[in-house]
Design a protein around this ligand. Structure first.
Ligand code: URA
Length: 200
């Protein structure tokens, strides 16, 4: 796919999400004048980061990981000398759940097909999941359900995936939010980012 085709396909996703009236989160979005958060970064990224769902800052701006978790994500990217523009950052859910509650199964079902299309378009070498919701979704989607254990055991491990069209790696990571107040998690995330760097 050339870059014009990628851009066009991403635009189709954006338009569909903007008009996703059947989503259980659509009214919450419009009542609060929030934006959907589609994703940000390079359509040719080697690394694709997948978080859980937009928080309040993200819903107010339409930009993924632009609040406190995002600041830490930027620090982690700095640590491995990779700029935000070089990677692609998105979430499983494209709309903010009320009060930042956990995503519900029907919401994941509603938004995941957009994420699936984004993965197809970008074709990253590495999918780095941030937190357990993204980890569970991605591991299951690519046939690795039986290898799912606790995120405390899985973070920083590398899983190989070969589909007929695309070979890549999945690296589950802690969500940056859990590391903000926990120095141990912070150090572990830094080490796990070094693993990411070694893969690209
Ligand atoms: N947390 C997420 O999972 N995603 C964001 O975009 C922001 C915070």
């Amino acid at each position: 796919m050339n870059s014009e085709e990628k851009k066009e396909k991403m635009k189709e996703i954006r338009d569909e999400v903007v008009n996703l009236k059947k989503s259980p989160l659509y009214h919450y979005r419009t009542e609060h004048n929030y934006y959907p958060v589609i994703g940000q970064g390079s359509h040719d990224a080697n690394i694709m980061f997948i978080g859980e769902a937009p928080g309040e800052n993200e819903a107010k701006t339409g930009v993924p990981f632009c609040g406190a978790s995002g600041k830490f994500l930027d620090e982690l990217l700095d640590h491995i000398n990779i700029s935000r523009e070089k990677v692609y950052i998105t979430n499983v859910l494209k709309d903010r759940p009320p009060g930042n509650r956990d995503p519900l199964a029907n919401e994941i079902g509603m938004y995941a097909p957009f994420l699936d299309r984004q993965i197809e378009i970008i074709g990253p070498k590495v999918i780095a999941t941030l937190g357990r919701f993204a980890m569970n979704y991605i591991m299951e989607k690519f046939g690795l359900k039986d290898q799912i254990t606790k995120i405390t055991e899985m973070h920083g491990k590398v899983f190989d995936v070969d589909t007929p069209t695309h070979s890549f790696k999945i690296v589950p990571l802690y969500h940056p939010a859990v590391a903000i107040y926990n120095a141990n998690n912070k150090d572990e995330l830094k080490k796990d980012f070094e693993v990411l760097k070694s893969l690209v």
